[in-house]
Every structure is written in structure tokens, then in C-alpha cells.
Design a protein around this ligand. Structure first.
Ligand SMILES: [Zn+2]
Length: 314
């Protein structure tokens, strides 16, 4: 059986072997743009501009459930392997976990900055893997929604340049998954069982960009895309030193001991790449350990500040 949506209000069901069209399903009031068939192939979950998730029986087209997202836009959906739940990747940066039998949102997972553009579930049903406009792959424990790991597809310094889509393949049983990002890269990754080490964060004195500002791309080098500021863009430095939490993606001010250490390295002066000049033990200074003031998880700081890492005023 092949099921396809036509971007309007219709789903089409074909017999895969004969190529014969079995059914056209219309009138579910959703402008369907995407569908995912359940693991037992008895129902399909559809999303579209109708801004809800509709679960329909196959091949009858009978509506089994409607998951009300409250007007929130859903960009992608995935079934858990047991067919009991659907996870939805939302434009507001959240992942909702839906119980199909009750039709209710069981829990919400937060942490992405910007829209979540793709979501997958590991073969054992224990992990959710998501990517979004922030171009960070995150691995979640589906039992409690806790974040287990983050994978940055680029230097966080350039993250503001890549507010675009990213997509994933279904993870294989051995944990392999492929991540495609809109800068043209494919990342071949493997989920491993080791717990996440304390993640590194970089203190930044960011360049604040006004909402609605437009950047023009001039081309790119291998590791540093080159952008030009468009016209009429008011920008200014934020004199506060802040960092993005690698766990929850919320920007926070590191505690004073971190800044003391960074100042002690002299990394705030000179305009040279400080990481090349610092002795290797500078990274082990105990003053560089901190915790995010939002999610209270441990963070290890780099012993320098990055100047001019821009972020959007949101
Ligand atoms: Zn945090």
C-alpha cells in the first residue's frame, strides 16, 4: 500500500503491487502536507496547514482521532515503534508527545531555539532525536523528556547564520542516523550508550541584531560562510558577557568566577585567536565550571570570550 497526500485536502491510496488506486480520501478538513503511517500500517497521522494532527484509518479514511495543537503549527511527526504515541515537531520549538488512544498531549519537550524541523524515535522506542532551525541535533530520553546529548553541526559562533531547516533519517537498529543540514552538509552519526559529558560553553560578547534585519550571503568558505550586512540594519554590541546553554539553549550570564578566569587569561584583549595562545591547562581551571541558571545543569566554559557572535533579538 502506498499513501500520498496531494497538498490540498486529499489522500490517495494505491496498491503497491498492482499500481491500482484503491481509494481517495477527502474531506478531513486538513490541507494535508505530510503523513506518517503507523508501524502496524492500520492508521496514518497527517499534518497540514489545518494546524492539527488528524489520525485516519487505512484504507477507509475514517477519522480515528484529531489531536488539537491549539493553533500551533506542526512541521513533522513520527510514531513510536509501539504505535501508541505520535511525537510532533512544532514551529514554536517544542516537541509534543501525543497519546493516540486518549487524543491528548501527554508531555512537552522543550530545548530547541527556533522551530523543530524533524523528529525521529530510536528503534527501541526509548530515545527521541530532533533537529531544528538552531542546527543542533538533540537526543531525548522519552521516559522523562530529559536531554541526553546535543550535537552541534557547526561552531556555535556561527549559529546565527543558519536559521534554516535540518532533517534526519530514521535511526537504524545499530544507532546510525544521517543528519542533513541546509548548508549542504550530511552528518553520519551514531547513537552510543555513553552518558553525556559536561558540555562546553563559550562566553560571548554578542553583537545584537535588530529583529527583521536582513543579511546577504556573499559566498562561503569551508568553515566560515561570509555574510554582508544589508542596508538599514541597526546593530550594536551587547556589553554583557553571556553564553548559550548547551542543554536548554537559553542564553545566560556565567557566574563571576568564569569571567575572572577569562579576564585573567587576557583573552578579552588583543583581538587575536586566544585559544591558540593559551596553555593547555587553561581549560582545566576550576573557576570555569558553572551551571546554567535556567536548567541548573553543569556547564564547562572555554577560557576565553568570543567577540561579535551575533544573535537575533527575539
Ligand atoms: Zn540550561
Amino acid at each position: 500500500m502506498i499513501v500520498a497526500c496531494d497538498g490540498e485536502h486529499n489522500l490517495h491510496v494505491w496498491d503497491f503491487v498492482t499500481g491500482r488506486r484503491l481509494r481517495e480520501i477527502s474531506g478531513n478538513r486538513l490541507s494535508n502536507t505530510w503523513l506518517e503511517i503507523s508501524p502496524d500500517q492500520t492508521v496514518a497521522a497527517t499534518i497540514g496547514e489545518g494546524r492539527g494532527i488528524c489520525v485516519i484509518g487505512l484504507p477507509t479514511g475514517r477519522r480515528v482521532a484529531h489531536l488539537d495543537t491549539g493553533g500551533g503549527e506542526v512541521l513533522n511527526i513520527v510514531w513510536t515503534p509501539d504505535g501508541q504515541r505520535v511525537l510532533s515537531a512544532c514551529a514554536d520549538g517544542e516537541i509534543d508527545v501525543w497519546d493516540i488512544r486518549s487524543g491528548t498531549c501527554e508531555s512537552t519537550i522543550s530545548g530547541h531555539e527556533g522551530a523543530v524541523t524533524d523528529i525521529r524515535v530510536s528503534c527501541d522506542g526509548k530515545l527521541a532525536i530532533s533537529v531544528g532551525e538552531d542546527q543542533i541535533l538533540r537526543v531525548w530520553d522519552l521516559r522523562d523528556g530529559s536531554l541526553l546529548a546535543s550535537y552541534f553541526t557547526y561552531s556555535p559562533r556561527y549559529k546565527w547564520m543558519f536559521r534554516r531547516e535540518a532533517h534526519l533519517t530514521n535511526p537504524r537498529a545499530d544507532g546510525r542516523v544521517v543528519l542533513g543540514t541546509s548548508d549542504g552538509h550530511l552528518h553520519f552519526l551514531r547513537l552510543s550508550g555513553s552518558p553525556m559529558a559536561t558540555p562546553l560553553a563559550t562566553a560571548e560578547r554578542p553583537w545584537r541584531v535588530a529583529a527583521g534585519a536582513i543579511f546577504e550571503e556573499r559566498g562561503s568558505t569551508l568553515d566560515a560562510p561570509c555574510f554582508e550586512v544589508g542596508e538599514a540594519i541597526p546593530g550594536n554590541y551587547d556589553e554583557r558577557v553571556t553564553a548559550v546553554c548547551p542543554w536548554c539553549a537559553v542564553r545566560f550570564e556565567p557566574r563571576i568566577s568564569v569571567l575572572e578566569c577569562v579576564y585573567a587569561t587576557g583573552a578579552l584583549d588583543g583581538g587575536l585567536a586566544p585559544s591558540l595562545q593559551l596553555p593547555i591547562d587553561a581549560w582545566d581551571d576550576p573557576r570555569l565550571t558553572d551551571e546554567c541558571c535556567h536548567c541548573r545543569r553543569p556547564v564547562q566554559f572555554n577560557p576565553f570570550v568570543v567577540d561579535g557572535s551575533a544573535y537575533w533579538d527575539r
